[in-house]
Ligand binder design. Sequence first.
Ligand SMILES: CC(C)(COP(=O)(O)OP(=O)(O)OC[C@H]1O[C@@H](n2cnc3c(N)ncnc32)[C@H](O)[C@@H]1OP(=O)(O)O)[C@@H](O)C(=O)NCCC(=O)NCCS
Length: 124
Amino acid sequence: MALNPTDDSLMGVIICKLEHHSSHSPATYRGYIAMLAVSSTYRGHGIATSLVKMAIDAMAERKADEVILETEETNVPAMRLYERLGFLRSKKLHRYYLNGNSAYRLVLMLRSPSEEAEEEKRVD
Ligand SMILES: CC(C)(COP(=O)(O)OP(=O)(O)OC[C@H]1O[C@@H](n2cnc3c(N)ncnc32)[C@H](O)[C@@H]1OP(=O)(O)O)[C@@H](O)C(=O)NCCC(=O)NCCS
């Protein structure tokens, strides 16, 4: 959460989770950004960028392999923000939302399979 230091009011929020995906081969440890919102009064000052960077850093520290999320294809501010931070479009999800709009799944790779293999070798 980002709180206004003068009155503790809520400026922005990000909600994420981190979980193992054993259905993938090899299994991945995947971060997911479920929600990101900044109050309209505070937009355009880098608050969302800071929240996403903090979430990425926290997930990287916990050894996540990747971070994914979905965003509406027409959401230009969100698409710009995520692509500026290095997220790539991995899939278009047609009519993903209840309103019939489509989404993009975006992915940020944090560790490549070869990096993981190297790390496992060092541990062994
Ligand atoms: C999308 C959303 C989260 C962006 O929040 P934000 O805090 O305004 O985002 P940022 O300020 O980090 O970035 C927005 C712009 O401000 C600019 N910016 C960043 N830091 C800045 C600063 N210190 N001063 C001025 N501008 C700045 C960024 O470069 C960016 O500009 P660009 O899009 O032209 O590149 C916000 O519009 C929102 O809550 N929308 C509704 C909910 C939503 O769509 N959520 C995303 C769903 S996935």
